[in-house]
Ligand binder design. Structure first.
Ligand code: NAI
Length: 481
């Protein structure tokens, strides 16, 4: 029986391996992690991450050919193929701080693999890493290899949180990069055979190692660039009276452009886009390509601009002050159908409103209060590092923020509502009831264009929707970006 082990039981390692175990019943898959609480949760009824359909997959295979364990070394020792899916956050200190990927966790996993292995193994980079990381990892592994052969493959993951199970069942492509020699090709073939259990072979793309590593960074940069492009358009739409949804539709029907990823919003978030673009920028700079670096920097700058623009619009619309006013925040996760808050635009918007002394009442269907409090009080880039290394900011702001368990409680007596995540349930809220319970004038700032603005205006709300023609009220309260 082929044995697979995955180091890192996170948003990628957990779902990826669960689907692999489901689709390959004759392969034993173990997912290991140094975090005991995380592994305990994977072994319980309340999984550590929320993903539609994931509970069902895990229930079908756990204890059969899918195992979650903290016994990292034993499972690595016993495996033929070792996936490494540990976190690769942005460096917070030292050379490349704020840009370069921190490979501490990857390096320590590689050293451990070298230490405990007694048989040849294929080591698969699942984490998103800088170009040529495989070369460095190869050096670590072969330096301590005691004659054991290690083959390194790059197999970046393209799943999107919120649709991870669907994406894993039916991926647009699986990318495998390997060395061009005979041993490398054999390793690529072995991994290809695993995916071929459920992925049509024409969707399995094989490249050299560096192309595979760079393709992942490039794909995320292109996706984020589309969002920043449409968001830049949304600012112009508001200034001119155009409607960004109509513009995006007209643009997206061009088959050369395509309709996806053209929704204007308060900005992109998530653990990957910003981190991977920063990493790409750093790689460009290290390779003496400042113009290429500056091009990608702009994608992040527009994203920051969009978040600031939104928060400023909230403040300026409400008579240029939110001091002491209750503002309801509907949605905190970086997108719907996930509880993940890493780099969510809600953090920046909330911090900006808190700085202006607003009283926030936050509701998200999946994010726990503890997480929200941590996010609002943690220094930037710290979220992806172990708790012991995280620096918590001053806690003076605590009183200004409350986290509640439903949208009606959040909005009661509020002056304004900010919709920051596109959860489906926000579309069907009873806005008449909400209007009655709010202070007047009652504002809705829709950062995801999910509410029915026409209906809300009929009820009496003053509504701001990203990239849409402005209410006369908002026009007369010009916002400074
Ligand atoms: P995560 O932070 O959810 O999970 C990483 C896990 O690795 C943590 O549970 C941590 O305890 C564990 N870990 C760290 N060092 C370890 C070690 N030495 N031994 C055992 N366990 C260790 O991270 P996530 O989101 O799963 O991301 C993993 C990688 O996949 C990152 O490189 C990320 O950029 C990439 N990626 C993430 C996607 C996403 O949607 N979250 C999508 C595609 C790629």
């Amino acid at each position: 029986m082929v044995k697979i082990c995955c180091i890192g039981a996170g948003y990628v390692g957990g779902p990826t391996m669960a689907v692999m175990a489901l689709k390959c019943p004759e392969i034993e898959v173990s997912v290991v992690d140094i975090s005991e609480p995380r592994i305990n949760a994977w072994n319980s009824d309340k999984l550590p991450i929320y993903e539609p359909g994931l509970d069902d997959v895990v229930k079908q295979c756990r204890g059969r050919n899918l195992f979650f364990s903290t016994d990292v070394e034993r499972h690595v020792f016993e495996s033929d193929i070792v996936f490494v899916s540990v976190n690769t956050p942005t460096k917070t200190q030292g050379l490349g701080a704020g840009k370069a990927a921190d490979l501490t966790y990857w390096e320590s996993a590689a050293r451990m693999i070298a230490d405990v292995s007694k048989s040849s193994k294929i080591v698969v980079e699942k984490s998103t890493v800088p170009v040529r990381t495989a070369e460095a990892i190869e050096k670590i592994l072969t330096h301590n290899s005691k004659g054991i052969e290690f083959q390194i493959l790059s197999n970046p993951e393209f799943l999107a949180e919120g649709t991870a199970v669907k994406d894993l069942y039916n991926p647009d492509r699986v990318l495998i990069g390997g060395r061009g020699n005979a041993a490398g090709e054999k390793a690529v073939q072995a991994l290809r055979d695993v995916y071929a259990h459920w992925v049509p072979v024409e969707r399995i793309i094989c490249t050299n190692l560096w192309s595979a590593e760079l393709s992942k960074l490039a794909a995320n940069a292109f996706l984020a660039q589309r969002i920043s492009s449409v968001n830049a358009m949304s600012a112009l739409c508001e200034a001119t009276g155009a409607d960004v949804t109509q513009v995006a539709h007209a643009v997206g029907t061009d088959t050369r452009i395509g309709p996806k990823f053209l929704n204007a919003s308060v900005g992109f978030g998530g653990s990957c886009f910003q981190k991977d673009i920063l990493n790409l920028i750093y790689i460009c700079e290290c390779n003496g390509l400042p113009e290429a670096a500056n091009y990608w920097k702009q994608v992040i700058k527009v994203n920051d601009y969009q978040k600031t623009r939104f928060a400023n619009r909230v403040v300026s619309s409400m008579f240029n002050t939110v001091s002491g006013k209750k503002v309801a925040i509907l949605g905190f996760a970086f997108k719907k159908d996930t509880g993940d808050t890493r780099e969510t635009p809600a953090i920046d918007v909330c911090n900006r409103l808190v700085a202006d002394k607003a009283k926030l009442s936050i509701y998200d269907p999946q994010v726990l209060e503890e997480q929200i409090r941590k996010d609002l009080f943690m220094a930037r880039f710290d979220w992806d590092h172990p708790v012991s290394l995280q620096q918590i900011k001053a806690e003076g702001m605590l009183e200004q923020v409350s986290v509640v368990s439903d949208a009606y409680e959040a909005t009661k007596d509020a002056h304004g509502i900010c919709v920051l995540t596109e959860w489906d349930e926000f579309k069907s809220l009873d806005f008449e009831r909400i209007f009655e319970s709010m202070r007047k004038p009652a504002f809705v700032f829709d950062g995801r264009n999910v509410v029915d603005a026409v209906k809300l205006r009929e009820i009496g709300f003053i509504v701001y929707s990203i990239g849409k023609p402005l209410d006369s009220w908002l026009k007369n309260m010009p916002s400074v970006a």
